[in-house]
Design a protein around this ligand. Structure first.
Ligand code: HEC
Length: 143
């Protein structure tokens, strides 16, 4: 009888340990995702160079008023996580569709058109910014 109880205790102990490990893992990923979103200037270099060459002539500090009002990489740091996610998805869809850079710029400077590899890379990055907002509360609820 006591032995059975002991066995049970041992088992629940193991289950608890496993559950704790899961929660710990979840909170660790939660924390890293969170700090990722807090680093606002966090456009990875490999992606920033694409924007620099293809977009920032218009959407950067030296760009025109109109495009800068819509998207300004020089002020990306001030956007904050949710706006970053929103803008990055707009960026992904614009370059996928080929609506950006605009037709006139594509014709006069075809070298600024992002390659399909660059487009994939940008869209993957955009995707990575998205779930942060959704995942964070889920982690909080568990804890
Ligand atoms: C030759 C100038 C020029 C270049 C280069 C350019 N854009 Fe634009 N972009 C504009 C203008 C002008 C607008 C605003 C007009 C409009 O919305 O149709 C705009 C609007 C946008 C918008 C819409 C923003 C919103 O909030 O709806 C996105 C996204 C965008 N551009 C992304 C890009 C990306 C990504 C690149 C680089 C791959 C790029 N653009 C390159 C001129 C440019």
């Amino acid at each position: 009888m006591f032995q059975i109880l002991d066995n049970m205790r041992e088992r629940t102990g193991k289950i608890k340990a496993a559950a704790f490990a899961l929660v710990l893992a979840a909170s660790v990923t939660g924390v890293s995702a969170q700090s990722g979103s807090q680093v606002r200037s966090s456009i990875p270099d490999s992606i920033f160079v694409v924007f620099q060459a293809s977009c920032m002539p218009c959407h950067g500090a030296e760009g025109g008023r109109f495009p800068r009002a819509r998207l300004n990489f020089a002020r990306w740091k001030e956007y904050g996580a949710s706006k970053e996610a929103e803008k990055s998805m707009l960026i992904c869809s614009a370059i996928r569709k080929g609506s950006m850079p605009p037709k006139s710029a594509r014709e006069s400077r075809p070298e600024i058109i992002p390659t399909s590899g660059q487009i994939d890379m940008v869209c993957k990055w955009a995707q990575s910014l998205r779930p942060v907002k959704v995942r964070k509360p889920a982690v909080k609820e568990k804890m």
